[in-house]
Design a protein. Structure first.
Length: 281
């Protein structure tokens, strides 16, 4: 399998107008339904560059969320609900037909909001290392680190070693690029989005979720641990759960082949079930 050229990733981006503001995205051709891959806080579409080769043959649409990467901040609120509105506009703008939404961390929270608010747009959900309620205290090292950031943020800041920590080896050129892109986000934007994540509670969204759901968690996730996983599993009782036991928070970086094979097997089985239920003309 040929690895993705990290230096050339940004050259692959297109732009679509969503409500008067642009959203940058990478698209890889393949069979439907499309997988709409939604990255986490301070990441960009590059977050899925290690996973994409393992999803070969499927259509992939991988946006930069508003205010991240090449996408301007736009007019939506920097909350999971606001980002979900932007994604709904992206789905409409690209005329995607009920894509499977694959969301990591904040991206998973956004996916939950989208599935609850606009179920007609969503063909399935994959929730990677996410939560319904972050519950991060003021004295948590993450909160302290975000509050301490000062512009211009250096990509060499030791904080990024903590921010992008992984339990399994991840390519160094990839981590260099994600640190560079995260550091390009102004400190004020870090704090505003982080505050929205800390205060979000998606518990009331889950009864509205109708889409087939797959939950993938890292067994060594230091951010969203067993408490978060159990809360999510209890709230979405129809979901299938898979644990990547040796992974931390960034499961799609640490075990991309495992995540891809799990996603494809889950939704290929769904497609087969639907085909079996179809009646001939």
């Amino acid at each position: 399998m040929t690895p993705v050229d990290q230096d050339a990733w940004n050259e692959r981006k297109h732009m679509v107008d969503v409500g008067g503001s642009g959203i940058a995205y990478v698209e890889i051709a393949g069979r439907e339904p499309a997988l709409l891959l939604v990255h986490g806080f301070t990441d960009t579409s590059r977050s899925f560059s290690l996973l994409a080769p393992h999803l070969a043959g499927r259509r992939l649409v991988i946006p930069d969320l508003p205010g991240h990467g090449a996408s301007p901040a736009g007019m939506h609120e920097v909350t999971p609900a606001g980002f979900a509105e932007a994604l709904a506009g992206l789905i409409d703008g690209l005329k995607l037909d009920r894509p499977v939404i694959v969301g990591h961390s904040l991206g998973g929270m956004i996916a939950i909001e989208l599935a609850a608010r606009r179920p007609e747009l969503v063909g399935g959900l994959v929730l990677l290392a996410t939560t319904l309620r972050a519950g991060i205290d003021d004295d948590d090292p993450m909160a302290v680190g975000v509050q301490s950031l000062i512009d211009p943020i250096s990509p060499a800041d030791p904080f990024f070693g903590y921010w992008h920590a992984c339990e399994a080896p991840v390519p160094g050129d990839f981590l260099t690029c994600v640190a560079s892109e995260a550091s390009a986000m102004p400190a004020g934007s870090w704090r505003a989005i982080f505050a929205a994540i800390r205060h979000a509670d998606l518990t009331q969204c889950t009864p509205s979720i109708q889409a087939r759901t797959l939950i993938v968690s890292g067994g060594r996730d230091p951010l969203f641990d067993l408490t978060h996983r159990d809360r999510l599993r209890s709230a979405i009782a129809i979901a299938t759960f898979v644990e990547a036991s040796d992974c931390g928070h960034n499961v799609h970086w640490e075990a991309p082949a495992l995540v891809a094979s799990t996603v494809l097997a889950h939704f290929d089985a769904l497609a087969a079930d639907l085909a079996g239920c179809a009646t001939p003309d």
